[in-house]
Design a protein around this ligand. Structure first.
Ligand SMILES: NC(=O)c1ccc[n+]([C@@H]2O[C@H](COP(=O)([O-])OP(=O)(O)OC[C@H]3O[C@@H](n4cnc5c(N)ncnc54)[C@H](OP(=O)(O)O)[C@@H]3O)[C@@H](O)[C@H]2O)c1
Length: 318
């Protein structure tokens, strides 16, 4: 098979051995696979894949058809259209993945959208619903809201009946983020300005990192929850414990890629039950900023790194 392959700190396309599905696994002919920040880090050697996944083929989310089943794999028939998460190896023509980590492709998504769906929607749902317990009527703040996880969280928050504030530094994208369901889209500087009055937030999804720590502690509501999912802009900051204590707030953090199969399977079941129906009735979509063929994988990585996009960059395998 052909696969996006890490060679000397760069992404190239190379021949790789076809994977063979083991017990409980299926072999997927991949049609599309989204790019994520973790892939860029992995290419540069800063974020090795978890054990059991190829070290030189990135790709955490994919969509395609089941073409073979390993022993005891019974959830999906051959030919089933599936999307899912994996610890790596998704950006290839073939992928072996445990059947509990995948879901059907919901009606309403084309292959590119389905390929860019699972990692970001699983991450967003797990963060704001499973971990932070977002409730209808609560106020949700999403930092970095124009990216893959951010556009997922804005739509989920809106669909779940929360009031959604999106923080987006690129003014050119404000209107498009609003159309995804944000009640307001603001510049990060507005929230950081202590003179500006802003109603406090029950849940804050942090996708940018440490520079927002102080803002988040100023803006969190009593009983609020801050979930740290992305730290691209910095990992260290000063924590005002008095503010945390006064707000009786909680700060939590999480990663998806390194979780064991059992936890990924639970997250996938939550997506299956709570997110797929929203896609199928048109309440949620996957904004795809650009698609690139596998041969243009290097260009896709360059486009992702450039930023300034709404939603996903996706590799297509046809
Ligand atoms: N913990 C996990 O399990 C998990 C899972 C998935 C993703 N992540 C992480 O979560 C983060 C978001 O993922 P993603 O897929 O949504 O990435 P993405 O598509 O690249 O989106 C990131 C967004 O954040 C904005 N941003 C970046 N730096 C900023 C800064 N200094 N100030 C304001 N805005 C800034 C970007 O704006 P521009 O376009 O203007 O640059 C972009 O809109 C990444 O760090 C990713 O690695 C973590």
């Amino acid at each position: 098979m052909r696969a996006a392959t890490i060679q000397n700190g760069e992404i190239a396309v190379a021949e790789q051995a076809d994977p063979t599905p083991g017990p409980g696994e299926v072999l997927v002919r991949v049609r599309a696979a989204g790019l994520n920040g973790a892939d860029l880090l992995q290419v540069k050697g800063h974020y090795p894949a978890p054990p059991g996944h190829p070290q030189d083929i990135p790709g955490l989310e994919f969509a395609g058809e089941v073409v073979a089943r390993g022993p005891a794999a019974g959830r999906f028939a051959e030919g089933a259209r599936v999307t899912g998460i994996t610890g790596g190896g998704g950006q290839a023509e073939l992928l072996k993945v445990h059947e509990r980590q995948i879901t059907p492709v919901p009606h309403g998504l084309d292959w590119a959208q389905a390929g860019g769906f699972s990692e970001v929607f699983t991450t967003a749902h797990d963060a704001i619903v499973t971990q932070a317990g977002l409730r209808p009527g609560e106020r949700l703040l999403v930092h970095g809201a124009a990216g893959g996880v951010g556009t997922a969280a804005v739509q989920l928050g809106h669909a779940l009946g929360a009031h959604v504030t999106a923080s987006v530094r690129n003014g050119a994208l404000h209107e498009r983020v609003a159309t995804l369901g944000a009640d307001e889209v603001v510049e990060p500087a507005l929230l950081a300005d202590p003179e500006r009055e802003v109603d406090p937030f029950d849940v804050i999804l942090e996708l940018v990192g440490a520079p927002n720590l102080d803002t988040n502690l100023r803006r969190v509501a009593v009983g609020g929850r801050i979930v740290v999912i992305g730290v691209g802009a910095g990992v260290k900051g000063e924590l005002n414990l008095m503010r945390l204590m006064s707000a009786r707030a909680r700060i939590m953090g999480s990663t998806l890629r390194a979780r064991p199969l059992e936890e990924k399977a639970i997250a996938a079941r939550h997506v299956e039950r709570e997110v797929l129906p929203l896609v199928e009735r048109g309440a949620i979509t996957v904004p795809v900023a650009a698609t690139f063929g596998l041969d243009d994988a290097a260009a896709a990585y360059a486009r992702f790194a450039e930023g300034g996009k709404l939603g996903k960059i996706v590799l297509t395998m046809d």
